[in-house]
Design a protein around this ligand. Structure first.
Ligand code: ATP
Ligand code: MG
Length: 472
């Protein structure tokens, strides 16, 4: 077996090695760190260490040897421990053997050898271990030919994939996630096993599922993961709304595009321009309202009236079902879905007032909205592609120009409700709201500039229309 001592040059590995020697334990670096080192995926921040013996005891000894004795977090139930050192997170576990029951992904655990521990790992490329022992420091232990799979870019399970996936169905999502992140293929027998066991995903908690979806969405080409979820039959368990977008209807010679595959293209497009996870979510969900609103109209063909509004309501239900926090991130996604067609209307006719309204409604998210709309351009006609992008470029320029002049992005009423009350000697009443609204409308329409003096005059005019007299 080759040695990879170069992977272990960081001084922390000597400390680990010394700590294990002090306790008379064998220990190994295993999993993601080794895989990513060989793939040259850049400096890893997480290191998984397996001790043949107590992982918790090893963690404590490592802490004792380190300057400042970093705090050890112990997870007794799992027999694991964690500490942070040198900007890295070190996870310790004792080598173990696992056996599973039908209804749970939590196995019965007993102490085991390094081989037992490698057997319980999900994929051959995640079972690679490097020795931290003094006599063979850096030696690679690769019982399942993980190195070959790394070279051939294959996701394969060490044991029978049906058992691996049935034991812990989360591994089906992990397979798809790693295939997407690393741009690997899933071995055919593993892919078949996922397809056969897809319904087992039902025992996995929503939180774990969402973690994997986040990672798929943050990959360079997320469509790869969603296509695999679709192909294996996992998608209906996670995103029935996306499944409903699939397919092309034809009536009287009129067809609409396949909105599922279109959506995946949009997600890939946006992945090239932003690392904002929630904007990527917005791309994934921007068309989900199209399935329930689809209609055929003899005159105009296929329509999806109000799909943005329906879609934004569906975002809430989807987040809730997946137990995602219903917070301002969710509201952001809803807002992007709701507004997803607004800039398109503008593209052909960019008036100042329409741009002001767009900025007013989108607020700080107006650039994100433009990014989403640009990603939404999936036409295969190069002329149209260029034209649409140019149109949006004009809208972007206009947004900057209008915002510089009119400052409506975080609109603050130039005349306050207080001042309206004092001017007309009013108690809190609906007239105040009406006047404030009229001033806002006049500014957005461009009737008056967004300035105090103009707004004050407008207030007096509106007041007069409502038969209010100013007190001096
Ligand atoms: P990354 O941290 O980049 O997602 P990783 O390989 O480090 O990748 P972790 O989830 O941190 O993944 O898990 C660390 C190691 O633990 C994996 O490499 C794998 O060996 C093992 N592992 C994690 N989850 C499972 C699982 N569900 N079944 C079997 N082995 C697992
Ligand atoms: Mg990890």
């Amino acid at each position: 077996m080759p040695t990879y001592a170069t992977a272990l040059q960081h001084p922390i590995f000597n400390t680990l090695s010394q700590a294990a020697a002090n306790l008379g334990l064998e220990s190994y670096v295993i999993g993601g760190f080794v895989r990513d080192y060989i793939l040259k995926r850049g400096e890893a921040k997480d290191i998984d260490i397996v001790a043949v013996g107590s992982g918790i005891a090893l963690a404590k000894e490592v802490s004792r040897l380190l300057p400042g004795n970093p705090k050890v977090s112990v997870f007794k139930n799992y027999g694991t421990a964690m500490l942070r050192a040198a900007g890295m997170e070190l996870e310790f576990v004792g080598a173990r053997k696992e056996s599973y029951q039908q209804d749970s992904r939590n196995p019965a655990v007993e102490d085991g050898s390094l081989e037992d521990d490698q057997n319980r790992r999900d994929f051959t490329i995640n079972a690679l271990a490097l020795s931290l022992n003094k006599d063979d420091f850096g030696k690679l232990l690769d019982p399942f030919n993980g190195i070959t799979d790394l070279e051939q870019r294959v996701i394969r399970t060490p044991l029978d994939p049906s058992i691996t996936f049935s034991d812990d169905p989360l591994r089906m999502l992990r397979a798809i996630r790693f295939a997407t992140q690393l741009n690997f293929n899933i071995a055919p027998e593993a892919l078949q096993a996922i397809t056969n066991k897809a319904n087992r995903i039902e025992i996995i908690s929503e939180e774990r599922i969402v973690d994997e979806i986040h990672k798929i969405l943050m990959a360079p080409t997320p469509s790869k993961g969603f296509a695999l979820l679709h192909k294996t039959g996992l998608l209906p368990y996670i995103f029935p709304e996306l499944v409903a977008l699939q397919g092309i209807d034809e009536k009287e010679g009129q067809r609409h595009k396949d909105n599922f595959w279109h959506t995946l293209e949009v997600v890939d497009n946006i992945a090239k321009t932003t690392d904002n996870l929630w904007l990527r979510w917005a791309a994934l969900l921007h068309d989900i309202g199209k399935a329930p609103t689809k209609k055929f109209d003899k005159k105009v063909g296929w329509t999806f009236h109000g799909h943005e509004f329906v879609g934004s309501k569906m975002v809430y239900k989807l987040f809730k079902r997946l137990k995602m926090p219903l917070n301002d991130k969710m509201k952001f996604v809803q807002k992007m879905v709701l507004m997803s067609s607004r800039p398109i209307v503008l593209a052909s006719d960019v008036t100042d007032s329409a741009v002001r309204r767009l900025i007013f409604d989108a607020g700080d998210h107006v650039e994100d909205l433009m990014t989403l709309c640009e990603a939404d351009i999936t036409t295969k006609n190069p002329k149209k592609f260029k034209k649409y992008h140019n149109n949006f470029q004009r809208v972007r320029e206009k947004i900057v120009e209008v915002e510089e002049r009119d400052h409506v992005r975080n609109f603050q009423p130039p005349v306050s409700g207080e001042e309206i009350m004092q001017t007309f000697n009013l108690k809190p009443s609906k007239e105040i709201g009406m006047i404030k609204d009229a001033i806002k409308e006049a500014i957005l329409e461009g009737e008056i500039p967004n300035e105090y003096q103009a707004a004050k005059e407008y207030m007096l005019k509106k007041g007069a229309e409502l038969n209010l007299t100013p007190v001096d």
